[in-house]
Design a protein around this ligand. Structure first.
Ligand code: SF4
Length: 644
């Protein structure tokens, strides 16, 4: 019987991929490390062993100007070549490693940046220099030399980065290409680079081009031009096209949890109908069901995923062995991967903090029997890690189910994938033999273990504002637990990440792909941007100091705030709370002016405080460890990582 489609071999040039799911390029943030090659190899080998057959490296710059930041590898740098050589040696027996040929163009975060025209990117403080005709000649030569170096080094394939608003994509767009010479033709540079690269690699070597299926910026090229580019690349010798979506400066989210899963696959599909070379779909594909669906419906030939392999290195093996239910699902939060990249930190994963590191385990693992109180992110993580190291673990949870605040987070539109995280941990606890006692509060005097880990999370802060008792109010936890009905006018006290999530759950709902396209005006190809629309409710967020949304992720927070503003949420900060009456809230701004906001309901999102049982001293058998929010108030990323 033939293998199911995702696990069927697939020919790509002179190699045959063992399956149809590849790991897409992701910058790991390891390049600065002295043992970069070894650490990268450890990371990639884990994914190869987990079933990925083909992995594309993070971007490797074709020249110095093309480095995304000073932390990038560069093909023509002798020391970097040695690291790349070592990386290939350490991985070559495990799978196909593909080198990404990268040029950041006007997104380069250093002073020596270049672009088709001297137009600064809105997300970069540095203005690029316009490439001259001689520069372009050298650029083509740099791509070609880099391709030859990659091939000679032993990489199994190369991918030319030409999407997401990087240099080649900038040549393709009239927004960034104002040239009057022959390179005003949008696809010319792509074709010339592809032809030149092919001339040195020979016909069989796999050369993938990552091109943009839609740029998602105002004035971007239309669908016909995108098809013409795909056809030009096929003619120039590309082995496959990997379809990227959106520029980094786009006002449309492309991979965050606000994007419905697989929402952008139709753009890959449309190109697939117009070329004969394989098409690779990417962006927000994170589950076996989606992979099966896309391949079975012939929407793409291959699937590229990056973040899901960060969340679970064993993704393919688990899927293939019928254990898809034990996959640790990427929840598209970006908090430990892309947010780290843009902060120039090593990438990690919120739901899998061990994704890109080998941290030391706290010395509690030397204890034989450990009781953990609290089955939220910290308690779950620490229970599994301890059980893996051979400890007998007893996990107590006061409520009827594991997951802690993830159960609440899953009620917010776009965050229901937290339920997958809970599902994953339920499987892990079972697999590792952790004894889980739900509906069991901690009684420290009765714990017989050698150590006690207190991971009892946090409670919402109380806040005292004059007259609050005169108006219907609850805290964010009560609101999410009970899905309290509200009137039309809602006042949210606290404008941090939780306040924004509560506002979003009042104003928005889970979107289908069609609704997402409509909201962001995507089908028009004209001015992809958010449509303003009145929400069903009037929601106002207040915070004394700082910006509304402070604390949200750098690569996702902007999109949430944008959606909130598009449906009319009011943002108010730089103020003090004067008093409530039964009709609403009076505030005083720091300039002395006052304002009244009508409201029927108030939701308090004024921070959290650790929730620690008061009678811990009754545990006398051994040491007590605080973990997660019970130790330090933080977000889910911190709670998961603290459980290590
Ligand atoms: Fe996915 Fe979040 Fe992990 Fe990134 S940090 S891989 S988005 S779960």
């Amino acid at each position: 019987m033939p293998q199911p489609l995702p696990f069927q071999p697939f020919p790509l040039g002179n190699i045959t991929l063992p399956n149809r799911v590849i790991m897409g390029s992701m910058h790991l943030g390891l390049e600065k490390e002295s043992s970069a090659a070894q650490q990268m190899a450890d990371f990639y080998n884990k994914r190869f062993q987990g079933g990925a057959g083909f992995i594309t490296t993070g971007g490797i710059a074709v020249n110095e100007e093309g480095m995304g930041s000073l932390d990038f590898f560069q093909f023509q740098h002798k020391q970097h070549q040695l690291q790349l050589q070592r990386l290939v040696e350490l991985t070559k027996t495990n799978g196909f490693l593909c080198a990404q040929l990268f040029h950041a163009g006007r997104y380069a975060y250093h002073r020596n940046l270049v672009a088709p025209s001297a137009i600064r990117a809105p997300i970069n403080r540095y203005k690029p220099r316009e490439l001259t005709a001689a520069d372009i000649k050298k650029l083509i030569s740099d791509f070609t030399t880099s391709a030859a170096i990659a091939q000679q080094t032993g990489f199994a394939a190369i991918e030319i980065m030409g999407s997401e608003g990087y240099l080649l994509n900038e040549f393709f767009s009239p927004v960034t290409n104002k040239r009057t010479d022959r390179y005003a033709q949008p696809s010319l540079l792509y074709s010339e680079i592809m032809e030149s690269v092919r001339s040195v690699t020979g016909p069989g070597f796999p050369v993938i081009v990552r091109m943009s299926g839609i740029d998602l910026i105002a004035g971007n090229p239309g669908a016909e031009q995108v098809i013409l580019l795909a056809q030009a690349l096929e003619k120039a010798g590309a082995s496959a096209l990997n379809i990227g979506i959106g520029w980094h400066e786009s006002k449309v989210p492309t991979i965050s949890s606000l994007v419905p899963p697989a929402a952008f696959v139709p753009f890959a599909s449309r190109i697939k109908q117009q070329v004969t070379i394989p098409i690779i779909a990417s962006n927000r594909i994170n589950s076996p069901d989606l992979i099966f669906h896309i391949l079975q419906n012939n929407q793409a030939d291959l699937i590229s995923m990056a973040r899901p392999f960060l969340a679970d290195a064993e993704f393919i093996n688990k899927m293939q062995s019928g254990n898809a239910h034990s996959i640790n699902t990427c929840i598209a939060c970006n908090q430990a991967c892309l947010d780290h990249t843009f902060s120039r930190k090593r990438v990690s994963c919120l739901v899998n903090p061990l994704a890109n590191t080998t941290v030391d385990f706290p010395n509690i693992h030397t204890k034989k029997n450990i009781t953990i109180a609290g089955a939220g992110p910290a308690g779950l993580q620490i229970a599994c890690q301890l059980a893996k190291s051979g400890t007998n673990v007893e996990l107590l949870e006061a409520t009827g189910s594991i997951g802690g605040q993830m159960n609440l987070a899953a009620k917010i539109p776009g965050k229901k994938e937290f339920l997958d995280t809970i599902r994953y941990f339920r499987q892990e606890l079972k697999r590792l033999g952790v004894s889980v006692l739900t509906n069991t509060s901690l009684d420290p005097s009765s714990v017989q273990s050698d150590a006690l880990v207190v991971a009892t999370g946090s409670m919402p802060n109380n806040i005292s504002i004059e007259g609050l008792q005169n108006i219907s109010h609850c805290n964010y936890r009560e609101f999410l637990e009970n899905k309290t009905e509200t009137g039309k006018n809602i006042l949210i006290i606290g404008g941090g990440a939780i306040g924004c999530d509560i506002a979003y759950s009042l104003l928005a709902r889970e979107k289908s792909a069609e609704e997402f396209y409509q909201l962001y005006n995507i089908d028009s190809f004209v001015a992809a941007g958010i449509q303003s629309h009145a929400g069903e409710k009037n929601v106002h967020l207040f915070r004394r100091n700082g910006k509304i949304g402070q604390g949200l992720g750098i690569t996702t927070g902007w999109a949430l705030l944008q959606e909130l503003q598009a449906c009319g949420a009011g943002f108010h900060s730089g103020l003090s709370y004067e008093y409530f009456n039964q009709d609403g809230l009076t505030v005083r701004y720091h300039n002395g002016e006052t304002a009244f906001f009508p409201g029927e309901n108030v939701i308090l999102c004024a921070g959290q405080t650790p929730s620690i049982p008061h009678d811990l001293q009754k545990f006398t058998k051994g040491k007590i460890y605080l973990s997660g929010s019970a130790k330090n108030i933080g977000d889910a990323k911190q709670a998961f990582a603290d459980g290590l």
